[in-house]
Design a protein around this ligand. Structure first.
Ligand code: SAM
Length: 471
């Protein structure tokens, strides 16, 4: 990392703004990055996770599900990661959803969601009640988002690949909470990201500020009266932070900053850095996170509320095209053969060959580019239905009658996570009793579903998806 210097022009700007704090800031930027993980409370309680995991964990003060990870544990390679028991996330980034504060039952929109750090956090806070729409403009990134949400096991999520303008045209002021985690110049990531250092320039800062000023009013159109709008970046540049938000608030009197009553350990905003002219009486509702102030990386978060107004749209529920009676019978038999979960047959729909469960709070998607309309259960292929990874990862171990439950240290697990065929010889005598069965079985780690396998002639064919494999 030291071979790519931090851009001198950036340092010069920060030296002027931070004054006597600058040496501490610079020294913090040159420290090794700090890793974090956030426990998936949809699948496991924090107490159980701490009991089961062997990582060296220390609580993150601003996020109850978040932990600093130190030591040699390699949490990205652990089967618990593949089972979606946690998300690896930079600790400062966990502050954003803490301040968005989504509540079970709400409709929440994450406008720039890929790869899913904040979206998985929101999904866990919703606790399966309400709806999360996670959007990203870039289609490849939107697919990475789907992959991470799949592993997370949330059933009430829709993923779109759209411009914020088209979403606002479709839904208007509908959502209880909207997050715009904006694309930015990434100065806050200089501690760990070589690309961020290489890509930075004053022109990039200006271009990002311009783009953010275009995106924020579109995000705002989607917030219902009384609803919350959170704008965040991972950069220090005030042009992309205080300046974007104060300009937005001057032009949108129907929004105000929310007074943050929380005693979370964040720093105040810095409007004086740019001598921003504004009639804001105070800047509460905007916070900063700094690496020399106990937050591993730099972040800016503004929390706003729509006082009034908003464009009304007739947002109808998702119109489900029901299965035919014959399809329903087939699907019912298939579901019963795999799991004991109760899945409302009236909420099932086929889109092409793919079978989905549409969450009760789902809304009409019109002609929006949609990647995921709900919980993807499986696909009709060659006269049979193949269960999906997303289906399994949203189930509990106890809902699966036919499973092979292995400990995290079991020698077959690395082979399974690589995508290998599993032979009987890898298992103990009692485990090998499973080979008396035929067909689909769930591979679990310490009781948590990890992926599908299919028993064929004394071997287990591997259905752990290629995109998730550890090679
Ligand atoms: N929220 C994400 C997370 O926590 O994992 C990180 C988001 S990243 C800072 C910004 C995202 O904005 C990128 O994934 C990028 O593809 C997306 N993006 C860029 N321009 C956009 C636009 N006009 N509309 C929506 N998303 C956009």
């Amino acid at each position: 990392m030291s071979t790519v210097p931090i851009p001198p022009l950036f340092l010069e700007r920060m030296r002027v703004w931070l004054g006597e704090e600058f040496p501490a800031f610079l020294s913090a930027l040159n420290q090794p990055p700090q890793s974090g993980l956030r426990v998936n409370t949809l699948k496991i309680s924090i107490t159980d996770f701490l009991e089961k995991s062997r990582f060296d964990l220390h609580p993150i003060p601003w996020c109850p599900e978040g932990f600093f990870v130190s030591g040699e544990g390699r949490p990205g390679k652990h089967p618990y990661h593949a089972a979606g028991l946690y998300y690896l996330q930079e600790p400062s980034a966990m502050a954003v959803v803490e301040l968005l504060d989504p509540q079970p039952g709400e409709n929440v929109l994450d406008l720039a969601a890929a790869p899913g750090g904040k979206a998985t956090h929101i999904a866990a806070r919703l606790q399966e009640q309400g709806l999360l729409v996670a959007n990203d403009l870039h289609s490849q990134r939107a697919w990475d988002l789907v992959k991470n949400l799949e592993r997370w096991g949330a059933k009430n999520v829709i993923v779109t690949n759209e411009t914020p303008y088209r979403l606002a045209e479709q839904w208007g002021a509908f959502f209880d909470r909207v997050l715009l985690d904006a694309p930015c110049s990434g100065e806050g990531m200089f501690r760990r990201s070589l690309e961020a250092r290489l890509d930075w320039s004053p022109e990039i800062v200006r271009a990002c500020a311009l783009r953010q000023s275009g995106l924020l009013p579109q995000a705002a159109r989607l917030v219902r009266p009384g609803g919350r709008l959170v704008y965040s970046t991972c950069t220090f540049a005030p042009e992309e932070n205080e300046a974007v938000v104060s300009r937005f608030l001057q032009e949108h009197r129907e929004f105000e900053l929310v007074e943050l009553k929380t005693r979370l350990p964040f720093e105040p905003a810095h409007p004086e850095w740019l001598a921003i002219e504004s009639d804001l009486s105070d800047w509460h509702g905007m916070v900063r996170l700094f690496p020399h102030r106990g937050h591993p990386e730099g972040h800016f978060i503004a929390v706003m509320r729509r006082r009034s107004g908003g464009e009304w749209r007739d947002v109808r529920p998702f119109q489900i095209r029901s299965l035919s009676p014959a399809q329903r019978r087939e699907v019912h038999g298939w579901l019963a053969s795999l799991c004991t979960a109760e899945i409302d047959p009236l909420r099932l729909t086929l889109i092409g060959s793919r079978l989905y469960f549409i969450p009760p709070a789902a809304i009409d998607l019109g002609r929006l580019r949609t990647i995921l309309p709900g919980w993807f259960l499986g696909e009709f292929k060659k006269g049979r239905i193949e269960p999906s990874h997303a289906f399994l990862l949203a189930l509990k171990g106890e809902q699966l009658p036919l499973k092979l439950n292995l400990t995290a240290e079991h020698p077959a697990l690395p082979a399974y996570l690589r995508g290998d065929l599993l032979h009987q010889g890898l298992f103990s005598e009692s485990e090998a009793a499973i080979f008396a069965h035929k067909g689909w079985l769930a591979i679990c780690v310490d009781g948590y579903p990890l992926g599908w396998g299919r028993i064929v002639e004394k071997t287990i064919k591997n259905h752990f998806p290629k995109a998730h494999r550890l090679l």
